[in-house]
Design a protein around this ligand. Structure first.
Ligand SMILES: Cc1cc2nc3c(=O)[nH]c(=O)nc-3n(C[C@H](O)[C@H](O)[C@H](O)COP(=O)(O)OP(=O)(O)OC[C@H]3O[C@@H](n4cnc5c(N)ncnc54)[C@H](O)[C@@H]3O)c2cc1C
Length: 384
């Protein structure tokens, strides 16, 4: 491990896209004494294993607001950081097939209209115009937003880290935080084996492992790791080069273009808590069954590869962001429940506002840890 500095104003635990965005936004606000500690290599967690989906179409106002803060930064990422985020703004197409989901999406259209989200309700026929190969026989309607799409998470990570480093932040890989000292109710230092770094703020951006990091400071954060598997086909020319990210909402089956092939994912039949990251082959028959039903031409496609990573689920599928009460100086930036790439720009901005004492751009109380104790948590409906 590279030699560590004796002190830093802000220590960020975890160099995924969230930790990287926080480091970048802190340096943009003039906080340069930033140290990012990563136990493995940058991007080794969920950031290196996800589908890259970016969307405004959430059911809760706070999640929509996080996306409204994030999407413009992803749209302008090359201008801001010099790295192309490869944002394919092809839209997200939610296929709605059940009464329950139809009612929820009808409510969401009102919310999106109020917040300026350009989502449209499409009939089954209009839906097929976007992708003629889709089977829409059971589709009640679809929800489509052209500003949504998918980007390359590794490019986002690289852009943030490159700029943060250039502005003075230090990023140390192979550096596992295994202790957090608290003195007089405030964080005082982080420990890495025999080494220690004195600091004023510790930001927990440890993804699915954030609960373990919080426990080092005596904080209980309700994050449960859940495995998600993705499969990608060989190059496939039976579909257009460009089409939206499609979500078969009732089953959670989704797909989009990836390197000339098709990337597909789906939740497991039974959710098992834990840190397993090997491919869940039990999901494959379900993915194939749904793919053939929804897009029959995929019968000609061949699965090339698959991988798995972790969702970091909270009880209400919203992130936990900001101060946690005690110890003072400990900030949460975790619990993204499968949406951490798309919300990373907003979270970086919010955490930097908290650290510098600026007024947060969104109502942070809605994302505070204490919402669970107060019973004010409201569940996000549009989770895949
Ligand atoms: C299959 C799949 C599909 C997904 N699809 C999407 C999607 O379409 N859109 C989207 O927005 N999100 C998606 N996600 C979720 C997204 O990947 C995560 O929300 C996001 O990557 C979280 O980023 P992060 O930086 O918080 O965490 P991570 O990328 O997991 O980074 C946390 C880092 O902390 C490090 N760490 C842990 N403990 C310590 C310690 N003690 N000391 C030092 N370092 C430590 C880890 O090594 C890791 O590198 C998906 C996830 C999966 C698994």
């Amino acid at each position: 491990m590279t030699e560590l500095p004796r002190s830093a104003s802000v220590v960020i635990v975890g160099a995924g896209v969230v930790g990287a965005s926080i480091a970048f936004h802190l340096t943009q606000r003039g906080v340069r004494d930033v140290l990012v500690l990563e136990r493995d290599r940058a991007g080794a967690g969920s950031t290196g294993k996800n589908a890259g989906g970016i969307r405004l179409q959430f059911s809760s106002e706070i999640n929509v607001r996080l996306s409204l803060l994030s999407v413009p930064e992803i749209e302008r990422f090359a201008d801001i950081t010099g790295v192309d985020a490869q944002f394919h703004q092809v839209g997200y197409l939610f296929l709605v097939t059940t009464d329950r989901d139809a009612a929820a999406f009808e409510r969401s259209f009102q919310l999106w209209n109020r917040l300026g989200v350009p989502a449209r309700r499409l009939s089954a026929d209009e839906t097929r115009e976007l992708l003629p190969q889709l089977n829409v026989s059971d589709v009640r309607f679809a929800s489509f937003c052209q500003r949504d799409g998918y980007a390359d998470p590794s490019s986002l990570l690289r852009g943030y880290l490159t700029c943060a480093r250039a502005a003075g932040a230090r990023v140390v890989e192979g550096a596992r935080v295994d202790g957090i000292d608290v003195e007089n109710g405030s964080v005082n230092r982080v420990r890495l084996g025999a080494q220690a770094v004195i600091c004023e703020h510790v930001v927990d951006a440890a993804g699915a492992w954030a609960g373990e990091v919080a426990a080092l400071a005596g904080v209980a954060i309700p994050i449960t790791p859940h495995r998600r598997t993705i499969f990608v086909t060989e190059a496939f020319d039976g579909l257009p080069e460009r089409f939206p990210m499609v979500i078969d909402f009732a089953t959670g089956f989704y797909f989009h273009r990836e390197s000339g092939g098709v990337l597909m994912g789906m939740p497991p039949v039974e959710e098992v808590d834990g840190f397993r990251e090997d491919v869940d082959w039990d999901v494959l028959p379900r993915v194939v069954e749904r793919a053939l039903y929804r897009v029959p031409v995929l019968e000609r496609a061949r699965i090339k590869t698959g991988w798995a990573g972790l969702y970091e689920d909270t009880p209400d599928a919203h992130p936990i962001v900001g101060p946690v009460g005690e110890p003072r100086g400990f900030l949460a930036a975790c619990g993204f429940s499968g949406h951490g790439v798309m919300h990373a720009p907003a979270i970086g901005s919010l955490v930097s506002e908290v650290v510098t004492g600026a007024r947060p751009s969104v109502e942070l109380a809605l994302l505070a840890l204490d919402r669970f104790g107060k019973g004010t948590a409201v569940r996000e409906h549009n989770v895949i």
